[in-house]
Write a protein that binds this ligand. Structure first.
Ligand SMILES: Cc1cc2nc3c(=O)[nH]c(=O)nc-3n(C[C@H](O)[C@H](O)[C@H](O)COP(=O)(O)OP(=O)(O)OC[C@H]3O[C@@H](n4cnc5c(N)ncnc54)[C@H](O)[C@@H]3O)c2cc1C
Length: 462
């Protein structure tokens, strides 16, 4: 392992991006390094947390999740670093779950419902697909799928629409599409069989479970920020990264229109794939290497979140789950946001739209989006609707990856360090390298933090 190029008592590390990936990296580096590290987190916006965001309605102060909705729980299958971290930070969690799909205004929650609503042929077709999916990916294979580090399977190369075409019955195929659309955030032809099957199978608790953080998912960000011993600069947009001739890495940024620069022993780019273009990577080798990295991961997927505050949770008599899938907008998820806070008297519903439906509707104004979301409420809910007090729209166009890891997955070192010859001290962290989730962002941060900590340990200390 190459030691740090600039020997210092206190190595200087810049982390570009103060989202979960950046904060996980700072936290892991602090944990793993054998000496203090001068870490600087450079965040363009006025807040930490990126796509973990728990804002409040203006009219009432009631909280809701505007970005990452839930945490994925793999503890029953093996090591679960994210759950370990949440536990270590002492954050209370609440399990989340939902098994119902609203089809043609009726609830399908089990096989009998499916036969009644879609017919015996559709049920048989779905069961056959389900058996094939489980055969192609067991819970342990599902758990290990992000960790292979470059060993691509046939399923990673085959487009998911081919697997969907194996579902003979049209109604069964649409049912599966609606079930997974808001998790995939893309259309089947834009992703792989492997990622598509993961998103189908994760509806089964044998494969994955879900939880939220009581008091809001953003508590994870607050808790990490309070523990990380780093200089955190908000409102600090990084403009460029390059190597000084024969010297350290130089990071340039702008705050309130004023440009500044500093030298670092290592730089971590903790930006999502769609924001890599906000930074100019300069140098004859670096520029094309990062351009190739971006092109490899340029598979954008889209979300749109619509959240409404009502006087009371008028749907509770009909449904008691944390969320339901609807056959609207190509398949969307409807969260009972107020289930996150059982003591609350208010009612909050959150629509999570994915893929093309999210991308195209996001181009409309907020009032149009809210009206369309309300019109998509299941009739059983709409009949008892309470007065709407406030609605919020959050657009996440291009914000996640439709094909995490890219079309052919690269070895882990290469994923994280696209130009190792002249820039072995420039690392990339992000969920787009693994699985488009917070778990992937943490896995990626752990990998890079361990790498940097190893190089610090090997560096002279004079
Ligand atoms: C609607 C939605 C729902 C989701 N649901 C889930 C879920 O249920 N479970 C789950 O595990 N994951 C979910 N995700 C994914 C999860 O949010 C991401 O895995 C996670 O946010 C990735 O963290 P990140 O730090 O890599 O990127 P981000 O969260 O995007 O953070 C990047 C940060 O970099 C900053 N930045 C950008 N450009 C610059 C620059 N030039 N200089 C300095 N700073 C810059 C940004 O302001 C931002 O703060 C969801 C995502 C969305 C959009």
């Amino acid at each position: 392992m190459t030691p740090m190029t600039t020997p210092r008592r206190t190595p200087r590390v810049a982390i570009v991006g103060g989202g979960p990936g950046g904060l996980f990296t700072a936290h892991e580096l602090q944990r793993l390094a054998d000496r203090p590290v001068a870490t600087t987190v450079l965040e363009a916006s006025g807040r930490l947390g990126g796509k973990i965001s728990t804002p409040r309605f203006e009219s009432s102060g009631v909280r809701y999740e505007a970005g990452a909705a839930e945490f994925y729980d793999y503890e029953h299958l093996g090591n679960d670093p994210l759950k370990d971290l949440v536990r270590e930070l002492g954050l209370p969690i609440r399990p989340m779950g939902g098994a119902a799909v609203h089809v043609d205004d009726a609830v399908v929650a089990n096989l009998d419902d499916l036969r009644d609503r879609l017919g015996a042929e559709a049920a048989a077709s779905l069961l056959a697909f389900d058996a094939t999916a489980r055969d192609r990916m067991t819970p342990r294979e599902f758990y290990a799928s992000g960790e292979r580090g470059g060993v691509a399977t046939a399923a990673a190369h085959r487009p998911f629409d081919r697997s969907m075409a194996e579902i003979a019955d049209d109604r069964a195929r649409r049912f599966v599409e609606h079930l997974i659309h808001s998790d995939l955030a893309t259309e089947p032809h834009r992703t792989s069989e492997e990622y598509g099957l993961q998103n189908y199978l994760m509806n089964d608790p044998a494969y994955m479970r879900l939880y939220g953080i009581e008091g809001g998912n953003e508590r994870l960000v607050e808790s990490l920020a309070s523990r990380v011993d780093a200089e955190i600069r908000l409102g600090c947009r990084v403009d460029s990264v390059e190597r000084a001739p024969g010297g350290p890495m130089i990071v340039r940024w702008t705050v309130d229109g004023v440009e500044s620069a500093d030298a670092f022993d290592a730089v971590v780019i903790a930006l999502p794939h769609d924001q890599l273009g906000s930074v100019a990577f300069r140098g004859d080798r670096l520029a094309p290497a990062v351009a190739a990295h971006q092109a490899h991961h340029d598979h954008p997927a889209h979300y749109l979140r619509v959240t409404m505050l009502f006087d009371r949770p008028f749907w509770r008599g009909t449904c008691s789950d944390s969320f339901w899938m609807l056959d609207r907008f190509g398949g969307c998820c409807l969260y009972d946001e107020s289930a996150r806070d059982p003591a609350a008297e208010h009612g909050v519903l959150g629509w999570l739209l994915g893929g093309e439906a999210a991308r195209t509707l996001a181009e409309s104004d907020d009032a149009t989006i809210v009206a369309k979301a309300l019109a998509a409420l299941p009739p059983a809910f709409a009949r008892n609707a309470a007065p709407l007090r406030e609605a919020r729209v959050h657009r996440w166009t291009r914000a996640v990856s439709a094909l995490p890891g890219g079309r052919s997955s690269l070895p882990l070192d290469r994923r994280h360090c696209p130009e190792p010859d002249e820039h072995p001290d420039l690392y990339f962290v992000g969920d787009y390298l693994y699985d488009s989730t917070l778990n992937g962002a943490l896995d990626s941060a752990q990998y890079v933090a361990a790498w940097i900590a190893g190089r610090i340990a090997d560096a002279p200390t004079h």
